[in-house]
Design a binder for this molecule. Structure first.
Ligand SMILES: [Zn+2]
Length: 267
């Protein structure tokens, strides 16, 4: 059995995690740029982070036979100061041609503020200009539905990005239909006991089917589980789902979406 974890923040994880993921069948991962648990004090802090994502982390992953890829952006949580955010965005193009860089992400909204929306629009334009795939984060607060609508409207307003090249992550029961019906891909981010658990993800799959849908762990520096994807596979097996359905959601679908970049390699 093999699987892909298309959203996990390995800069915050240990080599033991890589080892356990490899043992569980993980062959490839993609790591979106995110809020590292603290606000960076200068654009240079992002430059160094992008080097970590494009140079250091692929080597760490390769030691466990896992192919590492990444996405670059300034995350919504640090995008409240547009002048600062624009200095960071200017750094991104020089990294886009590096091996393993799949696109722009995880962009999106945190508090649905005006400044966050402005920077979101500018990063959508960056992705469009450089013909990049897009990975989107949706807010965790009670404004998830409103934030998801604002994000979809911003992408549509840009008008040059094919929804089939955009993955909208952190979907839940009340946002998944909206995302899928507009032609986007949807990601279910699995958490150990809050937000979307492996059990809730299995429920959503039973409601929506498997088309344009994937699961990911989003393991990071907080309470999270780098083995959430194999645990969800197990939950689906327990419920009697076929091997084919389980592989579709955790291997074939990520492969299909990510391969649009031309740089994705599942080994
Ligand atoms: Zn994330």
């Amino acid at each position: 059995m093999k699987y892909i974890d298309p959203h996990i923040h390995m800069v915050s994880r240990t080599t033991d995690d890589y080892h356990n993921m490899a043992l569980a069948g993980c062959v490839a991962i993609t790591e979106p740029a995110f809020w590292a648990g603290y606000d960076r004090s200068s654009p240079q802090g992002f430059y160094d982070y992008y080097r970590l994502l494009t140079e250091t982390e692929p080597k760490r992953a390769a030691a466990y036979g896992i192919n590492h890829h990444c996405w670059l952006c300034i995350n919504p949580k640090e995008a409240e100061d547009p002048a600062f955010a624009r200095e960071v965005i200017e750094l991104i193009p020089e990294f886009l041609d590096k091996p393993g860089v799949l696109g722009v992400g995880e962009i999106g909204l945190n508090k649905n503020s005006k400044n966050e929306l402005t920077i979101l629009e500018e990063q959508i334009a960056l992705a469009a200009k450089h013909n990049q795939l897009v990975l989107v984060h949706t807010p965790h607060l009670e404004d998830k539905l409103k934030g998801t609508k604002l994000i979809i409207d911003a992408i549509k307003r840009n008008g040059t990005i094919d929804p089939g090249r955009v993955l909208i992550d952190h979907v839940e029961e009340h946002t998944v239909d909206l995302v899928l019906s507009e032609g986007f891909w949807a990601g279910m981010t699995l958490y150990p006991d809050t937000k979307c658990t492996p059990q809730r993800a299995a429920d959503i799959i039973e409601m929506c089917g498997t088309e344009r849908l994937w699961i990911n762990s989003a393991g990071d520096w907080g309470h999270s589980d780098p083995l959430a994807v194999p645990k969800c596979r197990l939950e689906m097996k327990r419920r009697g789902h076929t091997e084919e359905t389980i592989d579709t959601i955790s291997y074939h679908n990520p492969m299909k979406f990510l391969s649009q970049s031309g740089k994705f390699n599942a080994g």
